[in-house]
Design a protein around this ligand. Structure first.
Ligand SMILES: NC(=O)c1ccc[n+]([C@@H]2O[C@H](COP(=O)([O-])OP(=O)(O)OC[C@H]3O[C@@H](n4cnc5c(N)ncnc54)[C@H](OP(=O)(O)O)[C@@H]3O)[C@@H](O)[C@H]2O)c1
Length: 234
């Protein structure tokens, strides 16, 4: 069954890959983002774009009549020694990864609860929550909050709305460009992964589209690693 999915962010990286797959499966996508790639726009009969910055107030009037899915993409990679991280940096990471998502989802939840089409919510955490990594204090704290939110909301809204979270390891996207564009750092990271490569946007998009679809209708409250084995294998 075709769904109507609200996507926050998604003009590039994992979000762009998810939106392309959703449109290819003929779902309706309501994309809230600062920019939009032209090739995605060409399938415009299924795509509605609302110019939006997640730092701004979310206006619920712009939502479609029915909402069967919600996915939030904005995130950050701010890796610094703990004592050199300012409290403002902690706050900024918490805002973009967690609090903005909370504020928006509070306004979308009413519509998700009314869905008769297996409503599903998907968040993105990071491998660095389950596996301690140096210099990840700020991002791990913010994404850890998101993992707690996942389980709590999944419990509160079952059986009406499913809520799941995906935890990637290093993935080739504009967000990770500083690391992946450096051949030495990229190779070193690939070697650390049991699967001996870093992730692609499609690796993550395949899982996200599955979690949004009714093929995953008995999965809720989960944090699912998609990380080349990084979080649990030696
Ligand atoms: N890539 C990795 O290695 C990695 C690893 C672990 C976790 N993750 C998580 O996976 C998620 C997706 O990451 P990604 O690598 O695909 O990131 P990305 O390449 O930076 O893409 C993020 C998307 O969010 C949008 N966005 C960012 N800030 C926004 C804002 N203020 N308002 C509206 N939209 C905004 C961006 O679009 P515009 O700039 O056009 O608005 C972009 O489409 C993130 O939550 C990230 O933390 C990624």
């Amino acid at each position: 069954m075709k769904k109507t999915i609200v996507c926050i962010g998604g003009s590039k990286g994992i979000g762009e890959a998810v939106i392309k797959k959703l449109l290819a499966e003929e779902h309706h996508v309501h994309l809230y983002s600062r920019t939009i790639p032209p090739e995605v726009m060409s399938n415009s009969n299924l795509l509605t774009h609302v110019q939006y910055d997640a730092n701004d107030v979310f206006v619920a009037d712009t939502l479609p009549e029915e909402v069967d899915g919600y996915i939030y993409f904005p995130g950050s990679i701010n890796l610094r020694p703990f004592e050199r991280l300012s409290i403002e940096e902690f706050q900024a990471d918490l805002d973009i990864n967690y609090l903005h998502n909370v504020r928006i989802l509070q306004k979308v939840m009413g519509k998700l609860k009314k869905s008769t089409n297996d409503a599903s919510v998907v968040f993105f955490s990071t491998v660095a929550v389950q596996t301690g990594m140096p210099f990840h204090a700020s991002i791990a704290g913010a994404k850890g909050a998101l993992e707690g939110l996942t389980r709590s909301l999944a419990s509160e809204y079952a059986p009406k709305v499913r809520v799941n979270c995906i935890s990637p390891s290093l993935t080739e996207t504009p967000l990770a460009e500083k690391i992946t564009s450096n051949e030495k750092m990229r190779e070193a990271s690939a070697t650390k992964h049991p699967m001996k490569r870093i992730g692609t946007a499609d690796d993550l998009a395949n899982l996200a589209v599955f979690l949004l679809s009714s093929e995953s209708s008995w999965i809720t409250g989960q944090n699912i690693s998609c990380d080349g084995g990084m979080n649990c294998l030696k």
